[in-house]
Structure formats: C-alpha cells, structure tokens
Design a protein. Structure first.
Length: 151
C-alpha cells in the first residue's frame, strides 16, 4: 500500500474512532532476549503488537499480531503487565501490554510491507533507536521499575 494511502487511512481511523485500543507484547526468551520489530512506516524499534479490531478480545488481537509481526505463537497464557494511555498518538489511544514467556517461534520473520525487520535482541545488547514507550516498558518488566500510566 502506498505511503500516502496508509497515512490517509491512519487519519481516517484517528478521526472516526471514539477510543482506540492496542496490544503489545514483551516476548522474553530465557530471560536473556526480547523480541522487537522495526516497521516500514514509523521510526524506531517497537514491541510487537497492533490494534484491537471490533469483535476481537485483547488475547485474540495479541495472538494475531504476534503471528503476523513475529511468526510467534502463544504456547501458554500471557501475563497482563498493564494498560497505558498513549497520548502521543491521540487523546483516546490505550495500549495493553502483555508479558509473553511461553511461546513457539513458527519461522523466522521475513520483511514485508509492514515489518522491515524483526528479531530477538540480547538484553545486554538492545538496539539503538528503541522508542521511549518500548524502553519504559522494558525497564518496568526487566528492572522492576514502577509502571507509569502513560505510554
């Protein structure tokens, strides 16, 4: 999809929805690595995730986004870390963050129209350019820092 059309669709959804809700996953492998994605349409490294569509539960959206963005399947229940207000996106956007420790990697995620790169990073060698929200969530989950209400 051409970039101008994606931006137009994003603007439409931003203006037409009462409240938006998204999910993100802190996918941890052996407590030594975390899975991050880099999108084609926005800068930085992010936790995998996306929007919750009408008729979807949070868990269904999480499973869908992990499958699409990471080729990861849940093998056990994720733990809800928190729900955060993402005022940088819009004055009505919220993100539910789950911790995922029990999963299967179905295959290596290949770049596509949405995902430029996706892979595990060692916790002691995280990439430059992680978004501030991603960094905050990792600090909360990994270092035990208190969770904030904002993304």
């Amino acid at each position: 999809m051409p970039r101008p059309l994606r931006r137009l669709l994003h603007l439409y959804f931003w203006l037409s929805r009462g409240m938006t809700l998204g999910v993100r996953a802190v996918v941890l492998r052996d407590q030594r690595e975390v899975f991050l994605v880099r999108h084609t349409y926005t800068a930085g490294w992010h936790l995998p995730g996306g929007g919750v569509e009408r008729g979807e539960t949070l868990l269904q959206a999480l499973e869908k986004e992990l499958r699409e963005e990471a080729c990861i399947g849940l093998a056990g229940p994720p733990l809800l870390h928190g729900v955060f207000f993402n005022r940088a996106i819009s004055p009505r956007d919220h993100v539910a963050v789950f911790i995922v420790r029990d999963f299967t990697v179905q295959e290596a995620k290949q770049p596509d129209r949405e995902i430029a790169e996706a892979r595990f990073f060692r916790l002691d060698d995280l990439p430059e350019g992680m978004t501030a929200g991603t960094r905050r969530r990792l600090d909360e989950v990994l270092a035990g820092r208190p969770a904030t209400q904002d993304w």
